[in-house]
Ligand binder design. Structure first.
Ligand code: TRP
Length: 337
């Protein structure tokens, strides 16, 4: 058995929030400590062009996401940490794979279907309104990300599972047509990692505007935690931990013993105001050391840039010779060789 290769990408469109931390960043950094497996983590900045975001937002987000992973202690000597756009081979591979991708497969992509459905629901005459070709063929770029590094395991959220399966389909088709070239990846969906709820009780997401930024300063963090929705039970009335956003966030940060203690406080009827204060203090203490490092990195983008360049160099040592093999398999060759 050869080594498992873990790879995952983060689209550079937002500021990391505590839901991203608990659901992706923390497990990713933990997993990368396993020296028996290889790890690739990258900033999927070309993916962010699919929705025509604000350019300054994209570059700011790239800095914030990179600084977050570094401040939280990603070991870049082991894990390869890079920016997608620094690896031109990924885009070249995208085109090679585009030739192996059935249009019908892309028609079935959830992300595309969701856009069409939204248009239909809003009564638009054009079901493809606002759908760019980058959005439509987004799964092909994602397949190139995955196949470029012979990934075997791709940790993703449930919403991305289909895209990984598409990468597998495309790879299989290529292998069948041109000969064994690609390793087949599989999605890894962690059931254990919590999906945190946001301020309003819906899933924490930048698109719902209900997120708590991971490295919000102390004042802002307190303010946001004080805004988290609760029910109207009075102090002294016993409270249920099920369906309590405050409890869920606390549990995502605290030890099992500390969580059990909070469960007792709920049963005894802790006041919501007191629980909010307790949560704020806990999360703030937990985040503080990394937040200081994060601030330093945000103020020193050249250091972050240097890390990404170093990662890109390592990534290209793999990508450049492999792409030559792939192109040759497909008939793109130097003449007379
Ligand atoms: N599309 C993924 C998301 O929105 C991000 C991503 C891009 C990705 N390329 C990838 C994830 C390759 C895993 C593997 O979350």
């Amino acid at each position: 058995m050869s080594k498992d290769v873990y790879l995952t990408g983060i689209t550079t469109t937002g500021t990391p929030h505590i839901g991203n931390y608990v659901g992706a960043i923390r497990p990713g950094i933990e997993a990368s400590k396993d020296l028996a497996t290889d790890h690739f983590y990258f900033l999927a900045d070309y993916h962010s062009l699919a929705k025509n975001e604000d350019p300054d937002r994209i570059s700011q987000s790239t800095l914030e996401i990179a600084a977050s992973w570094l401040a939280l202690g990603l070991d870049t000597a082991h894990a390869c940490f890079y920016r997608q756009s620094d690896i031109p081979e990924i885009l070249e591979l995208t085109w090679v794979l585009t030739g192996m991708t059935a249009k019908g497969l892309m028609n079935r992509a959830h992300s595309y279907k969701a856009a069409v459905q939204a248009n239909e629901e809003s009564g638009s005459r054009d079901p493809d309104k606002g759908v760019t070709m980058a959005l439509y063929s987004y799964p092909i770029l994602m397949a190139a990300d995955i196949l470029m590094f012979k990934s075997t395991k791709v940790p993703v959220g449930r919403d991305q599972k289909q895209h990984v399966e598409m990468a597998r389909d495309i790879a299989q088709r290529f292998n069948h047509h041109y000969g064994e070239t690609f390793v087949l990846p599989e999605p890894v969906i962690s059931e254990a990692t919590a999906v945190l709820k946001g301020l309003d009780g819906r899933k924490m997401s930048k698109s719902y505007n209900n997120a708590i930024p991971l490295f919000a300063d102390e004042k802002r963090l307190r303010k946001l935690i004080m805004k988290i929705k609760t029910n109207s039970l009075e102090p002294g009335e016993p409270k249920d931990t099920a369906d309590s956003t405050l409890y869920d966030i606390y549990r995502a940060f605290a030890t099992p013993e500390e969580t059990a203690a909070v469960e007792r406080r709920y049963a005894e009827g802790i006041a919501w105001g007191e629980m909010k204060q307790l949560l704020f203090e806990y999360v703030n203490e937990h985040i503080k050391p990394a937040r200081d490092d994060y601030r330093r990195l945000i103020d020193d983008p050249a250091t972050v840039e240097a890390e990404l360049r170093k990662g890109a160099e390592r990534a290209r040592e793999i990508a450049t010779p492999y792409l030559a093999e792939i192109r040759s398999a497909a008939g793109i060759r130097r003449l007379g060789w």
